[in-house]
Design a protein around this ligand. Structure first.
Ligand SMILES: Cc1cc2nc3c(=O)[nH]c(=O)nc-3n(C[C@H](O)[C@H](O)[C@H](O)COP(=O)(O)OP(=O)(O)OC[C@H]3O[C@@H](n4cnc5c(N)ncnc54)[C@H](O)[C@@H]3O)c2cc1C
Length: 431
């Protein structure tokens, strides 16, 4: 399908409701020995054990397909001021539940977000916008741990932490891909799913992707900190605090306990009046894990931020003050060039999912929702090809066909969401 046709479909609105084949939802967990991994079967490596990678491995296991997840980080992060909250909406919740009704338990562990509270930071007056249906909020570490717990019960998934992928190369002679690791070793696979985030090494190492997409900055950035919850604030929603300045506003999200995670969303020109407040000038990932967008704290950053909030948003009670502040780089997203965008490599050996394929700015809160949905879309394509072959096992050729069809269809659904998100952060599309 052409990108344009897909684009039309994606613009028709919101999450596209589809479910995995119900037979797969009910399918008992396969054991490693019963798996469809015999001669000619696909052998899958998933680079990256964030939401996209973990959910993909789960879905493949449900289809009887074995995979190895290579995650660069040694352990799941604890919550810190560098973390942020992720709200799953109908798109993300729908994707999880289409994978398995078991995920309703996972969703219960999050906190319900029923409203967006709009606060006037000068007067304290509040209006609330219902979120219908409600979202479910998680800290990122919490969501990753919950997904990891689901994957741990799957005998067909091997999760290897502390394994960073440096590159993927295709070797025409053996028909296998070579996955190079940061300890110098290499693994082979028939297929690789790149779920290794915005700065994906998988994407960067393959000729069919290289040059096809670029990380594009927008003229705004976020500053993160945490604070105590102001008295009387409900936990069932996100608070957006605005003052008279159009240069910044604050998003406060409930954290476990009685604290709030703050994101101070700044337009770049705020640095003209507040020169201490400017996005970090870092080219490329500061650190190559999911914290990669963060710069070191500025000198006296917390004091200065507290002063800014007290001056501009006097009705916003920051109690004992802020903790753990840091300034991010400029927000950015992954912009694909050209008309025929595809998230799969030539020949269909490699597919990209999540931020590796469609990183977007945080303004519409859709990155993780789209990441989970992409995992579901790829799994649907795989299952469809297995059905077409009337086979319980997934052959390498069926997997390649599935990667190609996912790769062509998915951009039309998700690129419009990326563009909406970037536009909200001041990006202007060239006409
Ligand atoms: C402030 C903020 C708020 C957000 N709020 C929301 C929200 O409300 N709703 C929403 O839907 N989304 C939100 N997002 C976006 C969301 O966090 C991402 O879209 C989502 O985490 C993408 O998941 P992923 O698995 O594709 O990538 P990531 O979460 O980036 O995970 C990638 C994983 O790959 C690993 N990795 C990286 N490189 C390698 C390598 N070379 N080899 C092996 N492993 C590697 C990383 O350690 C990481 O575990 C927000 C983002 C930000 C910054």
């Amino acid at each position: 399908m052409s990108f344009r046709r897909g684009l039309k479909r994606g613009l028709s609105g919101g999450a596209v409701k589809r479910s995995l084949d119900p037979r797969l939802q009910q399918r008992p967990r396969a054991t490693a020995s019963s798996a469809g991994c015999g001669a000619g079967a696909a052998e899958v490596i998933i680079a990256g054990g964030g939401p996209a990678g973990l959910f993909s491995s789960f879905l493949l296991a449900r289809a009887g397909i074995k995979s190895t997840v290579l995650e660069k980080a040694e352990r799941t992060e604890d919550y810190s001021s560098r973390s942020y909250t992720i709200v799953l909406n109908e798109r993300g919740k729908g994707a999880l539940l289409s994978g398995s009704p078991l995920f309703s338990k996972l969703l219960e562990a999050g906190s319900e977000r029923r409203f967006v509270y709009m606060i006037d930071g000068r007067t304290g007056s509040e209006s609330k916008i219902p979120k219908n249906p409600p979202g479910v909020g998680f800290t990122r570490p919490q969501l990753v741990r919950l997904l990891e717990a689901e994957v741990e019960g799957e005998p067909l998934v091997k999760l290897s932490r502390g394994s960073g992928v440096t590159a993927v190369t295709e070797s025409a002679d053996t028909g296998f891909l070579r996955v190079h690791l940061d300890d110098g070793s290499e693994l082979k696979a028939t297929h690789v799913i790149g779920c290794d985030g915005k700065w994906s090494k998988v994407r960067q190492s393959l000729p069919s992707f290289r040059g096809a997409a670029e990380i594009t900055s927008v003229p705004s950035f976020g500053v993160h900190a945490t604070t105590d919850a102001p008295k009387g604030w409900s936990r069932d929603g996100t608070h957006v605090i605005k003052g008279s300045s159009d240069l910044f506003y604050v998003i406060a999200s409930p954290l476990p306990g009685d604290r709030r995670s703050l994101t101070i969303v700044c337009k770049e020109k705020i640095a003209q009046t507040h020169p201490w407040l400017r996005p970090a000038e870092v080219d490329g990932p500061a650190a190559e894990n999911w914290e990669g967008d963060c710069a070191e704290p500025e000198f006296k950053l917390l004091e200065r931020l507290e002063g800014l909030l007290r001056d501009e948003l006097p009705a916003f009670d920051i109690g004992a003050g802020l903790r753990g502040g840091h300034i991010n780089r400029r927000a950015s997203w992954l912009r694909w060039k050209g008309e025929e965008v595809t998230f799969s490599s030539e020949g269909g050996r490699v597919a990209l999912i999540g931020d590796a394929a469609h990183a977007m700015t945080a303004s519409v809160g859709e990155g993780c929702n789209c990441a989970l949905e992409s995992a579901a879309r790829l799994a649907e394509a795989v299952v469809a090809e297995m059905k077409a072959e009337a086979s319980e096992t997934c052959s390498a050729s069926a997997m390649s066909k599935a990667f190609v069809s996912y790769g062509l269809a998915r951009p039309g659904e998700v690129v419009p969401v990326q563009e909406t998100s970037a536009t909200r952060n001041g990006w202007k599309k060239e006409i």
